[in-house]
Design a protein around this ligand. Structure first.
Ligand code: SAH
Length: 370
């Protein structure tokens, strides 16, 4: 049949999200395995910051929250999943510690400046600090309609957005926000704007993120990254790639912080061609557990533990709950060929699992950042 040749990547993302939104989990796993992985992690306190990447509707996140201290931020690309995630957190009265936000695991929104911008209290101050149009949009100096202070283009004409220190002959200030703050502090004291350096820094930290330059400065090079105590990710790292994910996420971990991820893995060195082809289509970098552990070592983690997920994680928690969903979906989208193909794909995934489960599955990989 034609659908047998389709890969999961060919189906409409909205359809896939709608299908999985009606299920408690979007991937194989179980509360017992989440708790087992958590048992290897010994650095958590009530102040800890935890990330759950590709959190889906939060099946594993809520288990994590009930067994670990600290605050958890769930990140997922799908706004529908994040809405359900936050509703699930509220149902369990975990909303103070568990928050879901829409974002991408390959471009995590946790640079210091983004934290400032997303801070609700500061959003309110934005209303209060009326950032005048005539302020330089890099350093905040009021230019008060004074031509002399305006920035200059290459051809010498004036630019009213910036002062001539920050924008001179078409050259825009290239430093980081912290560097800009340090440049401004002595002037603020000299000009009696503030009494102390600390006061100056505090004021600048509140003001600068509201200025155009910093708001639109996409690369924010040099901006400090937020560091987490633990990064969790079940059934999702394949979306960015195992090695790439471990590398990128490491930047957001404290030294000695932990990573705990599940990833599709071969359990044996050789396997039948039929299952090899299926998985190479779905997850091209699928590899053996030994190889994946060596990638953890290569990317700067000490391997702490690794174990395979038992069958019930797939059968009881992933395939069986899908059965009723499949019937519902086929009814709702009667005569829709794409939906029929998608359901056929899901059913084939389940059939292949029962035929070849000794060759592959998910493994948990727990590592500690060096
Ligand atoms: N952790 C959940 C969901 C796993 S399914 C569970 O085990 O039940 C994979 C999830 O990754 C989906 O929710 C999907 O929307 C999300 N995802 C895919 N690509 C992503 C990306 N680039 N950034 C963030 N989330 C992503």
């Amino acid at each position: 049949m034609k659908h047998e040749n389709k890969s999961i990547h060919e189906f409409d993302m909205n359809l896939i999200c709608e299908y999985f939104a009606g299920l408690q989990r979007q991937g194989p796993g179980s509360p017992e395995m989440t708790i087992k992985a958590l048992s290897f992690i010994d650095n958590l306190t009530a102040e800890s910051q935890i990330l759950d990447l590709g959190c889906g509707t939060g099946g594993q996140t809520m288990v994590l929250a009930q067994h670990a201290r600290g605050n958890i931020t769930g990140i997922d690309l799908s706004p529908a999943f994040i809405d359900l995630f936050n509703a699930n957190a509220a149902k369990l009265n975990l909303q103070e510690r568990v928050k879901g936000i829409v974002g991408s695991m390959d471009n995590l929104p946790f640079r210091e400046i983004e934290r400032i911008l997303s801070n609700a209290a500061l959003m309110e101050t934005e209303e209060k600090i009326k950032v005048e149009e005539s302020c330089c949009q890099v350093c905040g100096i009021p230019m008060g309609g004074n031509d002399e202070l305006y920035g200059t283009e290459k051809d010498g004409s004036k630019n009213k957005d910036y002062c001539n220190y920050c924008y001179n002959k078409g050259e825009l200030f290239k430093g980081t926000m912290d560097e800009m703050i340090e440049i401004c502090v002595p002037y603020m004291i000299e000009g009696n704007v503030v009494k102390s350096e600390d006061e100056a820094r505090k004021m600048m930290k509140e003001l600068l993120p509201h200025l155009k330059h910093w708001r639109s400065n996409k690369n924010m090079s040099g901006a400090k990254l937020m560091e987490f105590d633990l990064i969790w990710s079940e059934g999702a790292i394949a979306n960015i790639g195992f090695e790439k994910g471990l590398n990128h996420w490491k930047d957001f971990l404290k030294k000695d912080g932990y990573i705990a991820v599940t990833h599709e893995s071969w359990f044996t060195d050789c396997r039948p061609a039929e299952i090899e082809k299926w998985w190479l289509d779905a997850v091209p970098e699928i590899n053996t557990i030994g190889h994946n552990i060596s990638i953890m070592q290569k990317t700067g983690y000490i391997p702490i533990a690794s174990f395979t997920l038992p069958e019930n994680c797939w059968i009881d928690n992933y395939f069986i709950p899908q059965k009723a969903r499949q019937e519902e979906f086929l009814k709702k989208y009667a005569d829709n060929k794409t939906v029929e193909d998608m359901i056929a794909f899901m059913r084939r995934e389940a059939d292949l699992y029962s035929k070849y489960k000794q060759y592959y599955g998910y493994a948990f990989y727990i590592g500690k950042k060096i």
